[in-house]
Ligand binder design. Structure first.
Ligand code: KIV
Length: 288
């Protein structure tokens, strides 16, 4: 049976891969100094890692959001160190298969850095051995020693303040932070503390734009925002949200494609082709 050509969307132009220069931890502050924004995206598996490797994305985050996005949980709290190791290895393997390096950050999940220094160092070491170039920790108060020791042990640390999803129950949900004077001052002090402890970058999640800008200007390390406005030094989004694969439509998410509609359409065509006998076609079967 004749194969009918399908209308795939093809990219406008191939990206020149020689133009992609992977960042190192010290490059983050240099990027801020040179006023060039940093792009970060989450990734949890080798398939998407191979795709991301072919883009100009600066930094890939194996976020503990994998608990929600991949495992279907309501919060990030069920994420474990083992889960993060599995996803980190998968993403690193995908990046390597593509033959292109990217700076890879792995999240330290709920409580993994709150049960004492040796436990935290062990967990961070396992994530680095799984292929991470750095780890990200939420908050700072009460685990200053962990941040300091990781940095002194040669593990770059990215901070994370504002909406810290691991504190879902204390915060009363996934809510915008830094809306009153006292919380603004707390956030500014925590951000300074993280810089002083040696963090190479800071994620600020879901805070007013003005506060995002103020914190970015008070630090020499870059601030990477998610729902933190336009005055920060870079942006991060959850990959599946920006591809329209999840139903998550928060104010700060920009959907670049309607991924789930594309997948549904493809699966419908597949079913139709099976029904009509158009699939498998002549080129999709083994000859004698
Ligand atoms: O886990 C995650 O995806 C994150 C981003 C939202 C920054 O921490």
């Amino acid at each position: 049976m004749e194969q009918t050509p399908r209308n795939y969307r093809t990219p406008d132009a191939a990206i020149d891969l020689t133009e992609l220069h992977p960042l190192t931890a010290p490059d983050f502050a240099k990027r801020k100094k040179s006023n060039r924004k940093i792009s970060m995206i989450t990734c949890y598996d080798a398939v998407f890692a191979q795709i991301i490797a072919r883009t100009p994305i600066d930094c890939v985050l194996v976020g503990d959001s994998c608990a929600m996005v991949v495992h279907g949980e309501k919060t990030t709290i069920p994420a474990t160190v083992d889960m993060m190791i599995t996803h980190t290895r998968s993403v690193r393997t995908g990046l390597q298969a593509a033959g292109l390096a990217k700076f890879l950050v792995a999240d330290m999940p709920f409580l993994s850095f709150r049960a004492g220094l040796p436990v935290a160092i062990e967990a961070a070491g396992a994530l680095m051995r799984a292929g991470a170039d750095a780890v990200k920790l939420e908050g700072v108060d009460g685990h200053e020693d962990v941040v300091h020791n990781l940095v002194q042990s040669g593990i770059p640390v990215m901070g994370h303040l504002g909406l810290t999803p691991q504190s879902f129950h204390t915060l009363g949900g996934h809510k915008v932070q830094g809306r009153n004077n006292s919380s603004v001052e707390v956030l500014k002090a925590q951000a300074l503390k993280l810089e002083q402890l040696g963090c190479f970058a800071l994620v600020l999640e879901c805070i007013p734009e003005k506060l995002g800008g103020e914190i970015a200007r008070q630090l020499s390390i870059p601030v990477i925002g998610i729902g933190a406005g336009r005055e920060v030094d870079g942006q991060v989004l959850v990959l599946h949200d920006m591809l329209g694969l999840t139903g998550f439509t928060a104010t700060f998410v920009h959907r670049y494609i309607d991924g789930s509609a594309l997948v549904v359409q493809a699966l419908k065509e597949y079913c139709d082709d099976i029904d009509s006998g158009a699939f498998p076609g002549a080129t999709e079967v083994f000859g004698p």
